[in-house]
Design a protein around this ligand. Structure first.
Ligand code: UFG
Length: 395
């Protein structure tokens, strides 16, 4: 199938492209690279451009003539949508209208849309079924709900059939280690927790290396062997396939002045902030349904197959049906990494519902979806393979 993918250079998009490419689909990714990475698009063609630009879209649709559209490109950070909502309306709604106008004009008949559990808001009951009332608790969720409405109208008026996939908490990484999760500003719980783990361990290893070199017999200054040993120990987080980024040690620690740590995942943290400990949940912290990004990617493939077969629209939750609190995530990460991971309770973050857990009955039954990585330990371990690079073999 010829599939046009918006936002295919992003985290979920790139994992989906990899699965679609392996199935032999003909793909074209369009992405403005505002948050995505060109090198993450492992299959098909790529055009850099913006879906807010109708001229660019017309060129792409006319040349590629897609049969189906998968629409990932969006702003997707819940807390940011609360403090700065207008870009969310612009990127998630205005741009989507421009995109769908081009799709309709070029007679595209199938679309898969990245919707979100955020369309439900604070749930009245969990697990959340697809017919649960929708009262988004933040602007991000509101834009996704409106996006679903626009697609419903396009079905009625233009016969554009769509599947809205309501993602719960996408997490984990490509088990082959070919794709990364690397955002300039990270707000998501699991990558932040793993960055704290890695940061502490790197600091400990660096301190140990400094101590060892202090105890070593002194060689004349400028001796090449000594210089080499020092620079090797400083870049111990190296993973040769990663692009060089700037990373920093935890604040307040000796030797933590900003210095480039070559080839390490970006922006180190010193402590995990737990946002709110007074929610009506068993341990007072928010509960989420963490779903492996590969299982999420698989849902897109099944959705396309279903659309081709059934030629009707639908909406599906994509979650495992099991919730974990923020504290449970931190604790599981401690077990997976074998590292202490300090945490600190801080006030609630605006826009966070207390509990979001999917009923996955419909997607299992109708699309035949079955998660490959339902266990939180495996999800976190797949991310740790990236965030902990260079320190697994630590002493
Ligand atoms: N959290 C912390 N500390 C942090 C980061 C997050 O306590 O440093 C908490 C949040 O308050 C929340 C939970 O961890 O309770 C998960 O937060 P994330 O930022 O990882 O994810 P969200 O639940 O806010 O949002 C994600 C997606 C949305 C999607 C939503 C659906 O980013 O697109 O899941 O469940 F809508």
């Amino acid at each position: 199938m010829k599939i046009l993918v918006t936002g295919g250079a992003g985290y979920i998009g790139s994992h989906t492209i990899k699965k679609l490419g392996r199935k032999g689909h003909e793909l074209l990714t369009i992405d403005n690279l505002s948050t995505g990475h060109r090198e993450a698009v492992l299959f098909g063609g790529f055009k850099k451009g913006d879906i807010r630009d109708p001229v660019f879209l017309k060129r792409v649709f006319s040349a590629f003539r897609p049969q189906a559209l998968i629409h990932f490109a969006a702003s997707a950070i819940v807390p940011e949508s609360v403090t700065n909502p207008l870009p969310y309306w612009e990127n998630n709604i205005s741009a989507m209208v421009t995109l769908l106008r081009a799709a309709v004009e070029h007679r595209v008949k199938m679309a898969v849309f990245s919707s979100s559990a955020a369309v439900y808001g604070e749930p009245e009951k969990v697990p959340i079924t697809e017919d649960h009332p929708q009262h988004p608790a933040n602007p991000y969720g509101m834009t996704k709900l409106v996006g679903e409405g626009i697609l419903a109208d396009c079905d009625l008026a233009h016969g554009l059939k769509s599947v809205c996939l309501r993602y719960f908490n996408a997490s984990g990484l490509d088990p082959d280690g070919e794709l990364v999760e690397d955002r300039e500003v990270e707000t998501h719980l699991i990558p932040l927790v793993l960055k704290v783990a890695a940061s502490h361990e790197r600091s400990r290893m660096a301190a140990k290396a400094r101590e060892q070199s202090r105890l070593r017999p002194v060689k004349p200054a400028g001796c090449p062997a000594l210089l080499r040993a020092t620079s090797d120990s400083q870049s111990s987080g190296a993973g040769s396939s990663l692009r060089p980024v700037r990373a920093y040690g935890p604040e307040g620690e000796q030797g933590a002045k900003a210095r480039p740590l070559r080839h390490a995942p970006s922006a180190m943290r010193s402590v995990v902030h737990i946002f709110g400990n007074d929610y009506p949940t068993p341990d007072g912290t928010c509960v989420r349904d963490y779903i492996h990004v590969n299982d999420l990617a698989q849902a897109h493939i099944l959705a396309l197959e279903w659309l081709s077969r059934e030629k009707r629209s639908g909406a599906f939750n994509v979650g495992n049906g099991r919730g974990y609190s923020v504290r449970q995530v931190v604790e599981t990460a401690r077990q997976v990494t074998g590292l202490p991971i300090p945490s600190q309770d801080v006030p609630r973050r605006p826009g966070d519902p207390a509990e979001l857990v999917a009923s996955s009955v419909k997607i299992r039954k109708v699309l035949g979806w079955k998660p490959e990585f339902p266990e939180l330990e495996k999800i976190i371990a797949s991310s740790w393979a990236y965030f902990g690079r260079g320190i697994e073999g630590r002493k």
